[in-house]
Design a protein around this ligand. Structure first.
Ligand SMILES: [Cu+2]
Length: 287
């Protein structure tokens, strides 16, 4: 299986998982999280044409974002480094992430900090929390085709919210492209914080394993794309992409079971190979 095929598969996984986030927000666990934090709230809406509406200024510090979208969406906040323009970012995403050219992809990764976001579905608003440094940001819907005219620029300025990230399950990326071995299990619902303690960009996908399926079965399926998938793509959860040093928290609710934990972000040093294919793959119990 070529890297291009794997990347295409990863995209199809993401599209499939986007439809499976129903029930991932609110509920009793979400209310607990709200009580524990004093974060400011920011409302985001994403139209059917993937145009983003939100405040043009937000407070720095921890904010709770609520995303309502007309289609399955992937709200993503990005900070462009000094001197890197929106036009350059748009061109590098098109050539790098969309068309698989390594040079533009490397330039994009070298010039941005991926701050957080959340996947959302039309039937239910999605909630996430991030800690924003003062500065300017762009927000985009990663499910749409790259089109900077639909990106939204906002600024974090003024008094810090004083809020804290919510408590709950913690999933960690470590080293370069590895998952922390712990925890072995997490609750099936609540608030999850994805912490990136590595030096690469990552996102996390949890996808339920079919009964009797092993990680080896999943590796073989991803390599060959033959046979019945050993995972159920319709029962899954996907985070936004975050850079090393960043954290994002989100509400989630999934059925009990054994899940595969994967990251499909391409690795520039491996010709764009998705991290999962480099071993960023483990199982985790949801109970
Ligand atoms: Cu990764």
């Amino acid at each position: 299986m070529t890297v291009q095929r794997i990347a295409a598969l990863a995209v199809s996984v993401m599209v499939l998982t986007a439809g499976a986030l129903t029930g991932s927000t609110a509920g009793a666990a979400g209310q607990d999280a709200a009580r524990e934090t004093a974060a400011a709230t920011v409302d985001v809406t994403i139209s059917g044409t993937r145009r983003i509406t939100m405040p043009t200024t937000v407070q720095p510090g921890v904010s709770e974002f609520t995303v309502t979208s007309a289609k399955p969406s992937g709200f993503q906040i990005v900070s462009l480094h000094e001197g890197y323009t929106v036009e350059e970012a748009e061109a590098d995403i098109k050539k790098g992430l969309d068309a698989g050219k390594l040079g533009p992809f490397r330039r994009f990764e070298a010039n941005v900090t991926l701050v957080g976001g959340v996947s959302s579905t039309p039937d239910k608003a999605a909630r996430f929390w991030v800690d924003l440094e003062p500065g300017s940001y762009i927000a985009l819907d990663t499910r749409g085709r790259t089109n900077a005219s639909k990106w939204f620029t906002f600024t974090a300025v003024g008094t810090d919210t004083g809020g804290a990230m919510p408590d709950g399950a913690v999933l960690k990326a470590v080293q370069s492209a590895k998952w922390s071995k712990k925890p072995a299990s997490i609750p099936r619902k609540g608030t999850m914080t994805f912490k990136n303690h590595s030096d690469q960009n990552h996102f996390v996908i949890l996808v339920r394993m079919r009964k009797g399926a092993s990680l080896q079965d999943l590796k073989e399926f991803l390599m060959t794309e033959e046979g019945k998938p050993p995972v159920d793509f319709s029962t899954s959860l996907e985070s936004a992409v975050i850079s090393g040093g960043e954290s994002v928290a989100m509400d989630y609710r999934l059925p009990k079971g054994t899940y595969a934990m994967l990251c499909f972000w391409p690795d520039a040093s491996m010709g764009g190979m998705p991290h999962a294919m480099m071993g960023m793959m483990r199982t985790i119990r949801l109970k």
